[in-house]
Design a protein around this ligand. Structure first.
Ligand SMILES: [Zn+2]
Length: 172
């Protein structure tokens, strides 16, 4: 678990290079809460030694920070893998509906036609998944949720519902 950019230590203000998560100057973790920073500042000024190198709780916080950062980047359309997935998922959804249409044409049964008309609606959640991956506004029942930090959880929940709806509409 390391920082991906140069960072300033909250305790001693030393500038640390990326690729580290423990301050080179004072051994403080890069993932301290503001309360902990205040406590350590007092320790540092009083000359007490700090050592976060083997503290597992900071590692857990570090992973949480990293995970939230990853989830935010995906939701904001800044993750290249997710963007590619969203685009391909949309194309795949279209192809599935086209195949369903061809089946309806060839079979020419009421059942096949019925299936095709239901499957057209799968394009709605499918497009929403693409919007999510591209960092565009997603919709749950006409209520738009733009890609901003406070919508992170609702956007992830929305994309989960989209995937469920998409699957159900195709397999109904
Ligand atoms: Zn420091």
């Amino acid at each position: 678990m390391t920082m991906e950019y140069n960072w300033n230590c909250g305790v001693c203000d030393h500038t640390n290079s990326k690729g580290t998560d423990i301050c080179l100057n004072c051994n403080s973790s890069a993932f301290l809460s503001s309360g902990n920073i205040e406590k350590r500042k007092a320790m540092f000024i009083n000359g007490n030694l700090i050592d976060d190198r083997n503290d597992k709780s900071f590692k857990a916080v570090a992973y949480e920070v990293k995970f939230t950062l990853w989830a935010t980047k995906v939701s904001h359309g800044e993750n290249e893998v997710a963007r590619r997935f969203g685009q391909r998922f949309w194309y795949f959804g279209i192809i599935v509906v086209i195949i369903s249409f061809l089946f309806a044409l060839v079979l020419f049964t009421e059942d096949a036609a019925h299936r095709f008309f239901i499957q057209i609606f799968s394009l709605v959640p499918c497009f929403d998944v693409r919007s999510f991956c591209m960092g565009k506004t997603t919709y749950i029942d006409h209520i738009g949720t733009p890609a901003i930090r406070k919508n992170l959880v609702i956007r992830w929940f929305g994309v989960f519902l989209d995937l469920c709806a998409w699957y159900i509409l195709l397999t109904i």
